[in-house]
Design a protein around this ligand. Structure first.
Ligand SMILES: [Zn+2]
Length: 417
């Protein structure tokens, strides 16, 4: 009897705490970015409960006991998404030595850097990222576990595991150190080897597959790309490919990948092919400041910049689907990882991409690429409450998103300045 009573007391306590957790949060929003239309809506109220958006509208009723967050002086957006990050990679400013990093940093250290960058990204408004490889021996899998355990705050992470590539990954090596890259890449040199590599990554936690299709003078064939895509599809996940242009790019597009990463040398025919196949471009359009961080000279940095701008403009004009991706691996003085990523806004601005479209590429379009367009990427009923705020109108200047003043992740306030 005593046992039954205490069990009842426990149940009542749990029920009570459950009710407490499901308190409604009321966000009074001065302006809300409608990611569907690319327009701002004024004077909205957003009701959040149990991590999700319940309602949004101008005249919603709420109870006196609800928790009110007054953002009536702010512009509210869906949480930002970066579709190309390497959270566990970091190299000193102007000291590009990636092979040295592979050889001298443990997976544990890589995971700690990843945990740090995960927190930094979320604090700066990135509520979802696609982590795209180069993480030692599956370091990011451990970061994701730490976030799920509540040890650290971090974004929702789509995770590629090891990059699958033809022999040698994206490295250079002498013959005596052959295969040193095995902690970063899975060599896969036939459709069957690719299927095995896809399965291995999924086994260790990947929910997206990354191929480096043309990092060496050889590149993946159409049959090899198709093997990756069909194996991933049978596990319900997408494939994305590092590729520059030419026949290698044609193979990855025809093979059915979800996105081309970088695509610096895509010509108009390939961009049109991507449009017709629904293939996204994740352009990783580094600003001059980002390129200089590699230690290259300013003339070369400018040359890359103009290539990026030209390809961005052509993709926008043609209507190739696009999602924002940063690809930051170099540290920048005075900037954290998120601030370094947002330097890329300069490239998009100089390419004269409209601000509302940039914001869509960082929210609703990115969500579509990641396959989460029904749960994240817009502020609408039923969607996860991944919500950020800024103090000036990002449609007047998209630079506004460099200074995020409020971050909510799945209904939990991460930051409020
Ligand atoms: Zn990359």
């Amino acid at each position: 009897m005593k046992y039954a009573l205490s069990w009842l007391t426990l149940s009542a306590a749990l029920l009570f705490s459950g009710t407490m957790k499901a308190q409604t949060i009321v966000i009074k929003a001065g302006h809300v970015f409608d990611a569907y239309t690319g327009k701002m809506m004024s004077q909205q109220i957003i009701l959040v409960k149990a991590g999700k958006i319940q309602q949004i509208g101008p005249h919603l009723r709420y109870a006196a006991t609800d928790k009110v967050i007054d953002l009536s002086d702010s512009w509210i957006l869906p949480g930002l998404m970066d579709c190309h990050v390497h959270m566990t990679v970091g190299m000193p400013y102007k000291k590009m030595a990636i092979e040295q990093m592979y050889a001298t940093e443990s997976t544990a250290l890589r995971a700690l850097r990843g945990a740090h960058n995960a927190t930094v990204l979320l604090n700066n408004g990135f509520t979802t990222v696609k982590e795209i490889g180069n993480d030692g021996n599956y370091a990011t899998a451990e970061v994701i576990k730490a976030i799920r355990k509540g040890w650290i705050n971090g974004p929702t992470i789509f995770y590629a595991g090891k990059i699958i590539s033809p022999y040698g990954g994206q490295t250079t090596s002498d013959i005596e150190h052959e295969n040193f890259w095995d902690y970063e890449y899975l060599d896969a040199n036939s459709p069957d080897e690719i299927r095995k590599a896809v399965r291995k990554n999924i086994f260790y936690g990947a929910n997206v597959i990354k191929l480096a299709a043309d990092a060496q003078p050889f590149h993946y064939s159409l049959a090899e790309i198709e093997a990756a895509v069909s194996e991933a599809q049978s596990a319900g996940i997408k494939v994305t490919a590092h590729v520059s242009g030419g026949e290698a790019a044609r193979n990855v597009i025809m093979g059915g990948v979800a996105a081309v990463e970088h695509g610096v040398q895509l010509d108009d025919d390939l961009l049109r092919l991507m449009k017709s196949k629904g293939t996204f471009l994740v352009g990783t359009d580094l600003a001059v400041s980002n390129s200089l961080a590699y230690g290259i000279d300013s003339a070369l940095a400018l040359q890359y910049y103009h290539l990026n701008i030209d390809r961005l403009q052509r993709a926008y004009k043609i209507g190739t689907p696009m999602a924002f991706g940063s690809d930051i691996i170099m540290e920048m003085p005075g900037k954290d990882r998120a601030q370094a990523a947002l330097e890329i806004l300069q490239t998009w601005k100089d390419a004269r991409i409209p601000y509302h479209y940039i914001l869509q590429c960082m929210t609703i379009h990115a969500a579509e690429l990641l396959g989460i367009e029904k749960t994240r990427g817009v502020i609408a009923p039923g969607y996860f409450a991944d919500i950020i705020a800024v103090k000036t109108n990002p449609l007047d200047s998209v630079e506004a998103i460099r200074k995020v003043s409020f971050v909510m992740k799945e209904g939990k306030v991460i930051r409020q300045d």
